[in-house]
Ligand binder design. Sequence first.
Ligand code: FAD
Length: 416
Amino acid sequence: MTNNEQSDVLVVGGGMAGLAGALAMRSNGARVTLLEQAPEFGEVGAGLQLAPNATRILQRWGLLDKVIEVGVKPRNIVFRDAVTGEELTRQVLGGEFEERYGAPYVVVHRSDLHRVLLEACREAGVELINNVRVESVETVATAAGAAVGRVRSAGGEVYTADAVLAADGLKSALRAAVSTDTPIGSAYVAYRGTVPITKDTPAADLEDVIVYLGPDCHLVQYPLRKGELLNTVAVFKSPSFARGEEQYGGVDELEEAYRDCVPQVKAALANLGKNIRWPMYDREPITEWVNGRTVLIGDAAHPMLQYLAQGACQALEDAAVLEDITNARVFRGGDADDTAWDAALAEFAAARAPRTARVQRTARVWGESWHVSGVGQVLRNLLFKARRGSDFHYTDWLYGHGTESKAHRTESKAAA
Ligand SMILES: Cc1cc2nc3c(=O)[nH]c(=O)nc-3n(C[C@H](O)[C@H](O)[C@H](O)COP(=O)(O)OP(=O)(O)OC[C@H]3O[C@@H](n4cnc5c(N)ncnc54)[C@H](O)[C@@H]3O)c2cc1C
C-alpha cells in the first residue's frame, strides 16, 4: 500500500508504547490493529512519573487533562541522603519549570495512564485484539509486488500490514528481527506498592516526589490519584545476584539493604507489595530498529534502567515522532510509490536511536551516582548541594528536547 489513508498498520503489544503508537498511526488515518498476548488489557505496578517531554505529547493528543484529572502535579522533586535524611537538592516543578518546558510534571498510576490511552484508541477506532501471542515477523511481497509485514501468532494466525510496530517490551520476541542481543541484568531489584493516604500518613513531603539516595539502594515516594494514594518504590542491589543465583532479590534481602537508612525510609518499606519484585534490566543501545516493514518502538527498541523515569516517556516520544514522519512521508503528500513506508521507517530510526541511546546511557550513570558510598557519597552530596534551584542544565536536554523553547535553544548550544 502506498501514500494514502488505506494504509494498514499492525501493532504488537498493548503496553504504553503499543497504545501510543496505535493512536499516533490511527490519527494519521491508518487502519490499525493491535495484538496483545494477555487475555485483557492492563498494567501491573504502581506509579509513573511523566516529565514534560511526555506531557507535551499528551497535551498535543488532547489527553493531558484526563491524565491530570486522575494524577497529581507534584510541587518539587526532592533528593535526600537516605542515611542522614539531609536534603541534597530540589527541583521546583511549577512556575519557571513548567513555563520553560511548556507542560507540567505529572505523576499518575500506570493503570490510569494505560486506561486513558486504551480509551483513546477505542474511541479512535483502533481494532484491539487480545489473546494473540506473536511469534515471528517477516517482510514479504504481495502478488502485486508491494512489500508488507507478515506476522505469525503462536495460534497459527497470520496478519499482514504495510508496517508492523513491534512494541512487545523488554523481552521482545520481534527484536530478533534486528538483533541477537539479550536483556542485561543490573543486579538491582525493585519492590513497589501503593497504600491509601490517611490522617496517620506522615505528612512530610506529601506533595513532592522524594528520592532517598543510599549506598546500593534508593527509595522513591510520591502521592497518586489526587493525593489518595502514596506510591513507594524501593530499589536495592541484590547480594544473591553477585552469587549467580537465578531468583535473586528476595524479600529476605530487602530490609537488610536499608539497615543504615533513616527511620522514615525503613518505615516506608511496610508500604511495599512483597509478592512481586522487578529485577532491573536494560540493553545496550542499538541503531538498527528496522527490518523490512517492521520497526521497534518503546522498551522493545530501547529498554532502560528507570533512574531517569523515562521509559514510558520515551515510548510516547517514539509515537509522536513516528506520527510526524509518517504523516509527511506516507499519509499526506508522500512519495506515490511503495518506498514511502521504507523511507519513513528509516528516517524514524535515524531520528530516534541517538536520542534514546543517550537516555539509556545517562540512566545507567545517573543510577550509579545515586548508589555510591564512602568518599563517593560525600562528593555526590557536595555536588548535589552545590546545584542552584534555577539550574536547568541537567534537564534541558531531556525535558526540552524537540521544542522551540528556551530549553531547546540551550540544549542545541550545549550540543554544539
Ligand atoms: C520500577 C520501574 C519504574 C519505572 N518508572 C518509570 C517512570 O516513572 N516513568 C517512565 O516514563 N517510565 C518508567 N518505567 C519504565 C516504563 O514502565 C516502561 O519503559 C514502559 O512501561 C514500557 O512500555 P512498553 O509498552 O514498551 O513495554 P511493556 O509495558 O512491557 O508492554 C509490552 C506489551 O507487549 C505485550 N507482548 C509482549 N510480547 C508479546 C507478543 N509476543 N505478542 C503479543 N503481545 C506481546 C505484553 O503483554 C505487554 O502488554 C519504570 C520501569 C520500572 C521497572
